[in-house]
Design a protein around this ligand. Sequence first.
Ligand code: NDP
Ligand code: 2IT
Length: 449
Amino acid sequence: MSTLDEHLIPVFEEVVARNPGETEFHQAVREVLESLGPVVAKHPAYVNGEVLRRLCEPERQIIFRVPWVDDGGRIQLNRGFRVEFNSALGPFKGGLRFHPSVYLGIVKFLGFEQIFKNSLTGLPIGGAKGGSDFDPKGRSDAEVMRFCQSFMTELYRHIGEYTDVPAGDIGVGGREIGYLFGQYKRITNRYESGTLTGKGLGWGGARVRTEATGYGTVFFVKEMLAARGDSFDGKRVVVSGSGNVAIYAIEKVQQRGGRVIACSDSGGYVVDETGIDVELLKLVKNEHRGRMSDYAERRGATARFVSAGSIWEVPCEIALPSATQNELNGTDARRLIANGCGIVAEGANMPTTPEAVDFLRHAEVLFAPGKAVNAGGVATSALEMQQNASRDSWSFGYTEARLEEIMASIHQRCLETADEYGSPGDYVVGANIAGFTQVADAMLALGVI
Ligand code: NDP
Ligand code: 2IT
């Protein structure tokens, strides 16, 4: 693990002491602080103004009870969270995650990452995250609706176009956003489209938002390749996960000439040497809410389902971890390096463990962090907010071109900032410093907030 600048050690120690047991949050904070040594050396105002300490403390944290009735008439109980981390650049903005692993430490890590990611987009949005330990798997639509209605019955009082704008994340897609928006509208008696993003196209949603995180990931990697005079042409690509981010990353890699030969879910992975059939994947995952094992069965002879082991065993030139946090560990990184992988770009939030990141960087594998790579999702959410505010609706082509421009500009900002701070080509340093300085400057300008 890299060392921390002497000014930053007490900041990290305070975070650990004040947030006991929240290991993912500690990990996310440490990863950012490790990049900031040269920044605090150059700009003492950030230390003197206690900007780092203030940044690590959320502006507001909300934890609430979510009771609901299942199809058998039994009362179920979950816990809801919204961590409003930083609003120096704009209203709080970030997704909601429904997954049994959700607890305060996960929500805080995601909210913290979101501050820098949103800053990198160059759009006026602050950072937040929320969610619940509710598990939508195996639940009927009616159960998911009752859960979402109960969740929103508390959350509605904290959100709004100018305060906090939630969206989707793991376990929260178009169906859930619909139920949440419906309840918000009903309670407030206002059609405030700009309060939630990821809405359906017929009721205030924006074109390309569904595809945006996966497409944006591929646009970012296209820039990484182009910076070395290379392209996706003929490249073997492995994408973990098979949800919203993974599906549209696979689709765009294939449109740009690469071949995605494997993807996964929590039950295992599929190797499909002829290339994943993305239309079949959408059918199995989005329409049938099925598993990768179902995909393999329907795909037939070309596909092989592996229920044990790691997807990172599959040799590839580009790896796009797009499922969940800490899904690519040191062993996986060594294997990728041994198999000749040249690029690892994070479609998910913090999928690569610190040990794996160290291995990759020392082996000179090009590594790019989620807060830069997957920023296309939230950037397109901000475009949805723009369209809602102006009661307008943009075409697919225009919106996709905007997304591609935004990803190219994030890529350029990362490289320019890495150069400026003496780490040429280092996307981690570039993303952390570029994301940080804009928020830090705003916080100083706004007084002691
Ligand atoms: P989805 O719920 O659509 O899909 C998640 C995928 O990851 C599924 O294939 C799921 O498999 C797998 N997965 C989730 N948790 C685990 C786990 N603990 N172990 C193994 N596999 C797991 O979520 P998204 O695609 O939206 O999100 C994926 C990642 O991308 C997350 O890190 C999210 O924070 C990040 N992200 C999402 C954005 C968005 O716009 N949606 C924007 C930016 C980042 P299974 O079905 O078996 O659980
Ligand atoms: O992690 C993320 O950036 C998201 N889940 C998307 C957040 C958003 O507000 O669109």
